[in-house]
Write a protein that binds this ligand. Structure first.
Ligand code: TXA
Ligand code: MG
Length: 327
């Protein structure tokens, strides 16, 4: 596996060819890095599941170059979904829509809907455009981390987590650190009104603004939820360290909090973002830093308020849920 940091047009043409041949390409998006495979190639997707270590009945998001490609994968597109696509694509939003026959069980986890997203990062968009030029229909890409681990926001983090599993014919495209830092907002568009099933940078407020209606949000960890979605499991996004959302850190513990919070003596400050946007951007790297430093307990003071703070709190709750009380 090689890492390409100079993502020229020629490099992206080669990367698209690697995907067409059935190999894997990790690529940057504005949210987190994705591990890409040809979404129409069963064997390629099987390898993707293997490298990720993810159960096969968890669905994958198919990435496309523009909303014009939607009809290939989605059989029914409600008017509100078209509005959402034109307002927020390319961007950090995934729409769940009724699927066409192109979306096989190995993509949907056997469900009759499919997740679709047009990412905003220039490298991702150029890769998608090139892949489609070479006959590809969409790139299936989960976050480029092992199942249950923290999503990568840099190419180095992808390599750290996956280099033991990728083959010499796979590739990592380095497009720098991700601007948003938490995964896309997922919106279920299979009902009369849209329902947010994973919060992200496209927030309830801005969606309601665009649609002019109030929309639903659903806690995906409730038993009523029928959709299988790994990021929606109660425990996920976890570093090796135990994440604590309350209590007082003592010497040797890690601390993640807004820059207005001071660091107690002996405590290792892992991040001090000035804003909630910056908080989202650096959270996962702060978790990784804790693991590199061998820290056992990371205390996090969650951001308050609405907007992106909702997504950060969602991920924090899941990372804090992974470990039992023993440290
Ligand atoms: O920002 C993102 O969405 C990143 C970048 C790479 O695009 N991707 C990402 O993929 O976060 P992943 O697979 O790590 O998380 C997607 C979540 C999973 O929990 C998956 O189960 C769920 O979305 N999902 C995918 N397709 C779905 C579907 N048809 N119905 C319900 N949930 C779905
Ligand atoms: Mg993920």
């Amino acid at each position: 596996m090689s890492i390409i940091s100079n993502c020229t047009a020629a490099a992206l043409t080669d990367a698209a060819t690697i995907l067409v041949r059935g190999n894997l390409v990790a690529f940057p998006t504005e949210t987190v890095y994705g591990l890409g495979a040809d979404a129409a190639n069963k064997d390629a997707v099987a390898r993707l599941y293997q490298v990720k270590g993810r159960p096969a009945d968890h669905p994958l998001i198919v990435h496309i170059s523009s909303a014009a490609q939607l009809d290939k994968w989605a059989s029914e597109i409600p008017a509100y979904a078209i509005k959402l696509a034109s307002a927020f694509w390319p961007g950090p939003m995934t729409l769940i829509l009724p699927k066409t026959d192109l979306a096989k069980d190995f993509i949907t986890g056997g469900q009759n809907n499919v997740g679709l997203r047009v990412p905003e990062h220039t490298v991702a968009l150029a890769l998608l455009t090139e892949f489609e030029k070479q006959g590809g229909l969409g790139i299936a890409a989960p976050s480029a981390n092992r199942f249950g681990k923290v999503s990568p926001t840099t190419a180095a983090a992808v390599s750290d987590g996956l280099s033991d599993y990728l083959s010499k014919d796979d590739l990592i495209l380095d497009g720098g650190p991700c601007a948003v830092g938490v995964e896309s907002t997922i919106i279920d568009c299979t009902k009369d009104i849209p329902v947010i099933i994973r919060p992200g940078a496209v927030t309830v407020e801005i969606i309601e603004d665009v649609l002019g209606i109030s929309i639903g949000t659903q806690s995906l960890t409730t038993t009523s939820n029928q959709i299988k979605a790994s990021g929606l499991l109660e425990s996920h996004y976890a570093p090796n360290a135990k994440v604590l959302l309350s209590g007082v850190p003592t010497a040797g513990d890690g601390l993640i909090a807004l820059s207005s919070v001071t660091t107690p003596p002996g405590v290792v400050r892992l991040a001090q973002p000035a804003t909630n946007e910056e908080y989202a951007q650096i959270l996962y790297e702060a978790f990784r830093l804790a693991d590199r430093k061998g820290i056992q307990r990371v205390f996090v003071i969650p951001p308050e308020g609405s907007g992106i703070a909702i997504a950060i709190n969602d991920r924090l709750a899941k990372s804090a849920n992974t470990k039992s009380d023993s440290i």
